[in-house]
Design a protein around this ligand. Structure first.
Ligand code: NAD
Length: 335
């Protein structure tokens, strides 16, 4: 049987160290993949003069499954976010960001289990029509939502809820103010909800959602929302389970999927062996589940859970005083 080939983009900052950690753990768990390593972001810019070389795009298209480290987007004009470009280029319309409590973290809660399903290609975050006037005193950007886009993401969220035995889907919006864009999203969300009578459907305005997530997160199960709100809410949710080091994300399209951490390249701790690799290990678990390798995914999850619960060689953000490599070895020892 031919081996599954996975595209790997190690990324910038802490990316290479946390991706290496995930790859070592996949190997220790007996995963027999072949990997094709390609560059994007600053690493690619330095080597090829481009942030997203054609070879990288071709490899992602060919292998269909990609494990990716965070990419630094240089601040300033002339640089479009590579993440936004990749999501649009490959039609990765659904961004699935689960957060689940692990015993032993320093999080305020110990019973969180929320999946944010974020629309990934439309809305304010997609960067349409960004213009600054010549004198620099006026700036504008465009937000576009389509019926098709809203229907696809809300249906995706409900299908995920059914598949995973979830009870409730909350559509998060700001339709009271953003009457056209958020209004259309909410209208479509209500229509789709009617097709799933077995699931409890609720809707909530985004600002109230932030407050409720902090005060009573147990009220949430699956959240479905537009791009920018999903970006913000999923970081909030990461905070509920101990921080960005604990939050993975899957970007899913019809023909390709990219698995990554929710966080960025963390330049403040890059190169210091301080990063918590759990985010990208959990992303690789999402990848295994996508590849219908649920048993291996579960073995890795239990090993990670045991390392965190026992505080064996954990990283600083988890209350320990070890580095990325020690944490990785602790997981491998259990596999
Ligand atoms: P960040 O997510 O990189 O870091 C925020 C804070 O969280 C930092 O203090 C960092 O040290 C900490 N942190 C993040 N990941 C951690 C981990 N695994 N373990 C321990 N601590 C961790 O956000 P930022 O500093 O605003 O962004 C840095 C760069 O990353 C920017 O160029 C941004 O554009 C990019 N970015 C990329 C992605 C992506 O590739 N998907 C996502 C977000 C930001």
């Amino acid at each position: 049987m031919t081996k599954k080939i996975i595209t790997v983009i190690k990324g910038d900052g802490i990316g290479p160290s946390i991706i290496d950690s995930a790859l070592e753990i996949l190997q220790a768990a007996g995963c027999d993949f072949d990997y094709e390593f390609v560059d994007a972001g600053l690493a690619a810019l330095e080597k090829t003069g481009e942030l997203l070389p054609q070879e990288t795009i071709d490899t992602i298209a060919r292998n269909k499954i990609t494990l990716k480290g965070p990419l630094t987007t240089p601040v300033g004009e002339g640089f479009t976010s590579i993440n936004v470009t990749l999501r649009k280029q490959f039609g990765l319309y659904a961004n699935v960001r689960p957060v689940k409590s692990f015993v032993g973290t320093k999080a305020r809660y110990d019973d969180i289990d929320i999946i944010t399903v974020r629309e990934n290609t439309q809305g304010m975050y997609s960067g349409l029509g960004q213009v600054t006037s010549e004198d620099g005193n006026e700036a504008q950007a465009m937000s576009m939502i389509t019926r098709d886009g809203a229907e696809k993401i809300v249906t995706f969220a409900y299908e995920l809820a059914v598949r995973e035995g979830r009870k409730k889907v909350t559509a998060v919006h700001k339709a009271n103010i953003l009457k056209s864009t958020s209004g259309l999203f909410l209208k479509v969300a209500r229509e789709v909800a009617e097709r799933y009578p077995e699931i409890e459907s609720t809707e909530m305005i985004v600002d109230a959602t932030c407050m409720k997530l902090v005060m009573s997160p147990e009220e949430f199960d699956v959240i479905v929302t537009t791009n920018l709100f999903g970006d913000i809410l999923s970081d909030l949710c990461a905070g509920l389970v101990g921080g960005l080091g604990m939050a993975p994300g899957a970007n899913i399209g019809e023909d390709a999927a990219i698995f990554e951490a929710v966080h960025g390249s963390a330049p403040d701790i890059a190169g210091k062996n301080l990063a918590n690799p759990t985010s990208v290990i959990l992303a690789s678990i999402q990848m295994l589940e996508h590849l219908e390798m649920g048993d291996t995914a579960e073995r890795i999850r239990s090993a990670v859970a045991d390392v965190i619960k026992t505080g064996d060689r954990t990283t600083r953000d988890l209350g320990g005083n070890h580095g990325t490599t020690d944490f990785t070895q602790a997981v491998i020892d259990r596999l």
